[in-house]
Design a protein around this ligand. Sequence first.
Ligand code: NAD
Length: 480
Amino acid sequence: MEILNYIDGQFAKASSGRTLNNVNPATGQVYGSIPDSGQADVESAVKAAKAAFPSWSKLTAAERSEHMMAVANGINERLDELAQAESTDNGKPLKLAQSVDIPRARDNFAFYATAILHDVSESHDMGDQGFNYTLRRPIGVAACISPWNLPLYLFTWKIAPALAAGNTVVAKPSEITPATAYLLSQILDEVNFPKGVLNIVHGTGPGVGEQLVSHPEVPIISFTGGSETGKHISRIAAPLFKKLSLELGGKNPNILFADCDFDTMLSTTMRSSFANQGQICLCGSRILVERPIYDRFVKAFVAKTKQLRVGPPDQTGVQIGAVVSQAHRDKILSYIQLAIDEGGTVECGGASPTMEGDAKGGFYVNPTIITGLNMDCRTNQEEIFGPVVTIMPFDTEQEALELANATNYGLSATVWTNNLKRAHRVASEVHAGIVWVNSWLVRDLRTPFGGVKASGVGREGGFEALRFFTEPKNVYIHLT
Ligand code: NAD
């Protein structure tokens, strides 16, 4: 597949003519190319987005909604094709792309297309003196930069509210998983989405992302990716006074109390540990277990994990596909070695499986469980972002909280207990932006989403994202 940029409603190669290889992680084979875009392409895209801003921002909410619903319906019509493309690009089991990623991408567009129809702005009564109201105006050209782990889902998660609020967008998908963004540009073309309103530029972080972040005509940036990249972007954007939302890495704790529903907890913890090969920012990677159920949990969890089927993502029954790239597989394996060096015990997994046929050249890692580490070690402090979890026991609620909060990250947490008061206490005290009690990955699009500490600043999701993509202006009316 030859992937092209989509700028001002036109498909185009990089102006330099350069391309990057697109690799299928399930086989390790190159199966297509993407434009290796640079400054000139970003310039054209920003110019197009700037030119489209006056007309797009002046449309009524109902008109914008109609355009966006056409995109949501377009995604729905090509759901299987998108899921196939995402699975090939990313290595995730096809079923996961079909049942979660692509439907959620469609829902992102549908949610924001309808949210703008119900949005309100504030008015404050000052009695006889007068009143004031808040106007929320779109800002201009927004940069939306996304990672490879949930390619279309996270791409649309930021693009949809930016467009709904009346901004125009230059979006950059991850160069590692570009295919669904390209199919999205085909959908934009098919539904006659207004030209220049959403431009998609492919290429590397330094080549495209950084050009966008530093561009003087791009006042607002929504970024999802690694914390180090987020730091780098902040350094560029801060002196330019850009509005910035950062959704970054995680090292999420799962806190399992002895009084929980063991079987439900066990099956959900399997998913929260290994779904998408552990490459979901919301996966729990540090499992904290109350001492009375520690041995029982480790035994049952290891036994179930050994039964997981690792294999080519399009094969029926495969639960663990390929990780996204060779470099990422090597990083994950190096962290497993680090865990051993730090004194950990590998309870299962710990290596790449031997594959057959086309999958021989693919990038696979067996789901891995490590015990015997303390919380200070690098394995428990740094984001691995693969199918690797550690397990540690705790004795008291206080200790569980101290362990849970003992990293620089603060994205999400899960708490498993049937004690209502404790559930609320722990949810309130754990330092994370999202807490699931007796569940995981349940999504209500109306809620704000995001992390604290090194996991990010700003919030996406719900009406919060519509607020982010606007600038408020208070108007005071004096009646006397
Ligand atoms: P990454 O930071 O390497 O890349 C993310 C995006 O930023 C890519 O499109 C990349 O090309 C671009 N980029 C890289 N360098 C850039 C630069 N200097 N300027 C501008 N853009 C640049 O992250 P990744 O490896 O693609 O994704 C994995 C990371 O994303 C993990 O840390 C994961 O936790 C995080 N993540 C966070 C969330 C969340 O919601 N908090 C969701 C998914 C993934």
